[in-house]
Design a protein around this ligand. Structure first.
Ligand code: ADP
Length: 732
């Protein structure tokens, strides 16, 4: 049984050590009670005796008095006045100071004076002397031998004085020798001796009883302390199972207050499923077979179920079942959780084993020196060695000699860096070489390297082939771009000559038929020149020779310039071209001004080109935190969903060649490359027959310093950063 920590050893010993002091207290209390009870006894006795004295004085005294004349008045006076004095004084003291020594001694003295008065009133009748002996016996009720002293002194004094001077009033004779008084006193002393012995014995017994009571109290107190401070439930039940006493822990266990538990049946609280088992256990205990470690469940007052471990025995003599119990709910829960964890561990272990057994990869552990501690069966297929052949050998024997130093370095790094991946070449048992990817992790606590080795020979081979193929493709692409670039340069010179001479001929007033031919010649030439320029741009980007100068570019200005240029074409095609919504605030993007202009022109031209007459092309600018999004939306022919992914593919006109609209199929491809070179993005959304939206996103940037400076001067004439044109950033 566990005692609650707040019950200290000193507290417990203090509870047991106090009895001597307590015994003294109890003894005093008991003696005081005896004194008081005896005082009250005498108070009533003295009043009774006073009444008897008056009756005796009235009836008996005259007849017993010898001589011719009786002094009746005196006797009555004596009975009333003297008797009253020796009655009222002690009675008053018994009422006012019960238990006090003075009261006792006064009562003793007055009681003996009553005896003397009675003897005197009876004319010294021998029988009345028994009153003395009886009084002494009754005085011994005080259990205090000291009260016998004043009583005896009064008796002795009375006998000697009256024996000498008034023998008739005490012995009923006219004269007596002093020996008679001695004899009387001797009898009194004789009785005193035994009464004193009785007092001593009685006091001794009283003290012993007090000591026993104190010891009992101390032990009860200690028991109560144990009961109250114990974490365990301690209780006693009667034969019907009702609680007779309960420790403080019972309240915590069952949730009922002590007063609620006392008289309540313990069985009522047992969980219904455990009731029968508990009843049988009770019968066994009451049959004289104490039970230890009996477990059952109880339903608390709040409805919660608690698990309890019991020890109980039946006391036949007390008709009481003493029980000690402990709340083991937490332990039970912990046990259940532990069982669950164990099961999970076992399953995990089983799963691990299954993985180990069926893994294509080698799963192994190495000691601090790199020697195999364990490995799964996959080592046979990876290296051609069985597990038995590898255990105890260093893994480096498997590594290609040229890779050993590097492998060792990586392995050492693992011990400080945790987990590492390493690819090295390994020598199989049959001498062949394989590439192995090692995933290694170091357990500092166990000083073990855990490794998973995976054959990546094939993957390495494929990667190498892919790398080589890509390099070849890059080379071919570069060669193609180089070729295109050179070709374009070479083509541009004669083409410029063709166009130049064509324009010369146009100015020399040709015949209408010749003019038609010249028009064909110039249109085809311009188309070819556009194509060559775009091819040149694309190849420049691809070969990394395109020089972009990125800087803050005003969106307002860029849009205005592009729209101004396209407006005549739009008017020619009867297309409504505008910016919406109109925005007064200017924003800046990080771009190459000339190339952004080129992209916008391309998108706007497409919008106009692929929109039937009467349609509209709208430019929209949206700011999204650090991004500026420009969108060119038209109400044109749109693009079929299946063709959208090919929208930015060079030379792919998405079937536009059949529509008669002129084009090279390079504009969008070039736009994408330019925007991406400016770290932006382009995209398209389109619904066939309804229209398309081509958008581009560029990084937003701060306005250049001179713009900020110009704006901060209220009187200074406003100035566009890109050109000196003072136009509002409103396009219509
Ligand atoms: P092209 O010189 O043919 O216009 P682009 O690269 O600019 O070449 O465009 C590729 C193809 O995308 C075009 O041929 C056309 O089919 C389609 N396209 C481009 N812009 C639009 C548009 N606004 N509406 C419908 N189709 C478009």
């Amino acid at each position: 049984m566990k005692i609650h920590s707040s019950l200290t050893t000193s507290e417990f010993s203090a509870a047991l050590a106090a009895p001597s002091e307590r015994a003294e207290g109890l003894f005093r209390e008991q003696r005081e009670a005896v004194y008081r009870a005896t005082d009250h006894l005498f108070a009533r006795l003295l009043v009774l005796e006073w009444a008897v004295l008056i009756v005796v004085a009235l009836l008996v005294a005259p007849g017993s008095w010898p001589g011719q004349t009786g002094r009746i008045d005196l006797q009555i006076w004596l009975a009333v006045v003297f008797g009253g004095a020796i009655t009222l004084l002690p009675v008053a003291l018994a009422q006012l100071r019960p238990g006090a020594a003075i009261t006792r001694y006064t009562i003793a003295a007055c009681q003996m004076l009553h005896s003397g008065l009675l003897i005197g009133l009876s004319g010294g009748r021998l029988e009345t002397h028994f009153h003395v002996f009886c009084s002494l016996v009754i005085l011994s009720f005080y259990r205090d031998w000291r009260v016998l002293v004043p009583a005896t002194l009064i008796v002795g004094l009375d006998h000697f004085l009256r024996g000498a001077y008034w023998p008739v009033s005490i012995y009923g004779v006219l004269s007596s020798g002093s020996f008679r008084s001695v004899e009387h006193c001797a009898w009194v002393a004789f009785e005193d001796v035994f009464l004193a012995i009785a007092c001593f014995r009685s006091t001794h017994e009283m003290r012993a009883t007090a000591l026993r009571t104190a010891a009992l109290e101390a032990s009860q107190h200690a028991n109560q302390l144990i009961m109250d401070k114990s974490r365990d439930v301690i209780c006693a039940n009667d034969a019907e199972g009702r609680f007779v006493s309960v420790s403080a822990a019972c309240e915590a266990l069952w949730g009922y207050k002590r007063e609620e538990l006392i008289g309540k049946s313990c069985v009522e609280m047992v969980h219904p499923d455990d009731r029968e088992r508990s009843r049988l256990a009770n019968l066994e205990i009451m049959g004289g077979h104490p039970v230890t470690n009996f477990e059952n469940r109880y339903v608390r007052k709040d409805g919660k179920v608690v698990d309890v471990l019991w020890s109980a025995y039946w006391s036949e003599s007390d008709g009481t079942l003493f029980q000690v119990a402990r709340d083991i709910t937490k332990r039970k829960r912990a046990e259940v959780a532990l069982q669950k964890t164990n099961r999970q561990l076992a399953s995990a272990h089983q799963a691990n084993q299954l993985i180990m057994d069926n893994s294509q990869d080698v799963i192994c552990s190495l000691d601090a020196q790199g020697r195999f501690l364990s490995t799964n069966a996959a080592c046979q297929s990876l290296w051609g060695y069985s597990a038995e052949e590898l255990i105890g050998r260093c893994y480096l024997v498997l590594v290609h000699p040229e890779d050993r130093v590097r492998s060792k370095q990586v392995e050492a790094g693992t011990r400080t860096g945790g987990k590492t991946d390493l690819i090295n070449r390994c020598l199989r048992k049959d001498g062949s070489i394989i590439d192995v990817l090692w995933s290694v992790s170091w357990s500092a606590a166990d000083e073990i390297l855990f490794c998973v080795a995976h054959d990546v020979t094939e993957r390495q081979r494929t990667e190498k082939a892919l790398r080589e193929a890509k390099e070849a493709a890059d080379r071919a692409n570069r060669a193609k771009s180089e070729f295109l670039s050179r070709m374009s340069h070479e083509l541009r010179t004669p083409l410029n000559a063709i166009l130049g001479f064509g324009q010369l001929l146009e100015r020399q007033a040709p015949q209408p038929k010749q003019r038609l031919h010249l028009n064909h010649l110039l249109t085809a030439g311009h188309h070819l020149l556009e194509l060559i320029n775009e091819v040149l741009d694309i190849s420049r980007i691809e070969t990394g020779r395109m020089q972009l100068s990125l800087g803050p570019v005003s969106v307002k200005v860029a849009l205005k310039e592009a729209i101004d240029l396209i407006q005549p074409l739009a008017t020619e095609h009867s297309i409504h071209l505008f910016v919406a919504p109109k925005n007064e605030t200017d924003h800046f993007v990080m771009a190459d001004r000339q190339r952004l202009h080129q992209v916008l022109l391309n998108l706007l031209t497409n919008g106009v080109k692929y929109t039937p007459a009467g349609g509209a092309v709208m430019v929209n600018c949206r700011i999204d935190d650090a991004i500026v999004r420009l969108a060119v939306r038209d109400t044109g022919i749109g693009i079929a969903p299946g063709m959208l992914p090919r929208a930015f593919t060079p030379f792919d006109r998405l079937g536009a060649e059949q529509t008669g609209v002129e084009g090279t199929g390079l504009g969008l491809a070039l736009s994408r490359r330019l925007v991406e070179a400016m770290h932006g993005r382009v995209g398209v959304e389109s619904v066939q027959g309804e229209g398309s939206t081509f958008w581009l996103e560029l990084a937003r940037t701060e306005a250049p310093l001179e713009v900020i400076a110009a704006n901060s001067l209220p009187d200074a004439p406003s100035r566009e950063p890109e050109n000196a044109n003072k136009e509002e950033c409103v396009f219509a």
